[in-house]
Design a protein around this ligand. Structure first.
Ligand code: NAP
Ligand code: GLV
Length: 331
């Protein structure tokens, strides 16, 4: 019997691929840049499984191109907003993701951005490299204190909670906003308070975003929300670019509505080279690297491959975002 066919949409080091090569015919996209949409549709024709990255849009057209053999879409990321999950569910195709293994690494980076923005680390570095350091100045490059400040966390899931744990070490007051608020023993244990959106916006010195990108969270932070924030506030986004309205953010940073922003994610990605946000001093923008540690990326690849293999074998995915696909037998 022919081995199942899989398309892996990005270069993965060979050391990870032994098991999947043994079980499947592997078509591995060899480049660092994603396959263009037309090429993606061509390469997936007739495959049993697709391993995608968050840069690959997997919509109905890609599923149509793959055809009736498609048994699994395995995303090498915890976020899955690049995949039309309801369409996959309608077709009975399980979608996999990589939760948990990147929680601490991503939270570390969110906190690194928070600290760097608070104390203007990137500006200070650029200042020194530009030869502008002439003396110790009493009012030079002043920032915000982190210790004792109020941290607002929007989306109190795995990563939001891990950020809260880091904030405890800085004796921060922690507020959070999440659909499920009541009777959260973890929040009670660490002394975090659930509040409404208005309160978190008005009271946070640092506001860190950790919600998935859904229709409901698209532009969750726009002009009206920024206007409620403190003029000294710092906004940190390691969730998805679409959660923040970038035009409103540009005006808010330019006009002093808020003090600073630190983004790991933008809309679109990469951010266009002439985007107005890149003209501002009071922003840090990283190229979507919050989960980018050697160990974590290795673990993400392993989980994505395990999901892919389980899917082509007709087994339940170890990490499935649409487990409803397995419930049809019960109906
Ligand atoms: P998670 O455990 O599912 O946490 C998300 C939290 O947000 C959940 O508590 C969820 O509540 C809550 N939420 C959903 N809709 C909300 C809304 N409208 N308002 C407030 N809270 C809302 O996911 P995670 O593992 O922490 O990851 C979160 C996101 O981070 C991912 O989806 C991904 O987009 C992003 N991420 C980015 C990077 C990076 O490299 N920058 C790395 C990893 C993850 P319910 O559970 O009740 O829905
Ligand atoms: C990265 O952004 C992820 O969702 O894993």
């Amino acid at each position: 019997m022919d081995k199942p066919r899989v398309f892996i949409a990005r270069y993965i080091p060979e050391e990870y691929l032994a098991q999947v090569r043994q079980a499947c015919q592997v078509d591995l996209w060899p480049e660092d840049l994603p396959p263009p949409p037309d090429t993606l549709r061509q390469r997936v024709r007739g495959v049993d499984g697709i391993l995608s990255l968050l840069t690959d849009k997997i919509d109905a057209a890609v599923m149509d191109a793959a055809g009736g053999n498609l048994k699994v879409i395995s995303n090498c990321a915890v976020g899955f907003d690049n995949i039309d999950v309801s369409e996959a569910t309608r077709r009975g195709i399980p979608v996999g993701n990589t939760p948990g293994v990147l929680t601490d690494t991503t939270a570390d980076f969110a906190f690194a951005l928070l600290m760097a923005a608070a104390r203007r680390v990137v500006e200070a570095h650029n200042f020194t490299r530009a030869g502008r350091w002439e003396t110790w100045g009493l009012t030079q490059l002043l920032g915000q204190d982190v210790a004792g400040a109020t941290l607002g966390i929007i989306g109190f899931g795995r990563i939001g909670r891990a950020v809260a744990r880091r904030a405890l070490g800085f004796e921060m007051r922690i507020l959070y906003y999440d659909p499920i608020c009541e009777d959260d023993p973890y929040a009670a244990q660490i002394g975090a308070h659930c509040v409404d959106l208005d309160t978190i916006l008005r009271h946070s010195d640092f506001l860190s975003l950790h919600v998935p990108l859904y229709k409901e969270t698209y532009h969750l932070i726009g002009e009206a929300e920024l206007a409620k924030m403190k003029p000294t506030a710092v906004l940190i986004n390691t969730a998805r670019g679409g959660v923040v309205d970038h035009e409103a953010l540009y005006r808010a940073l330019r006009d002093g509505v808020i003090a600073y922003a630190a983004l790991d994610v933008t809309e679109p990605e990469p951010i266009p080279k002439h985007h107005p946000l890149l003209t501002l001093e009071n922003i840090i923008i990283a190229p979507h690297i919050a989960s980018a540690s050697v160990r974590t990326r290795g673990r993400m690849i392993e989980i994505a491959l395990a999901n892919l293999l389980a899917g082509v074998r007709g087994e339940q995915l170890p990490h499935c975002v649409n487990p409803q696909v397995y419930m049809t037998d019960l109906e």
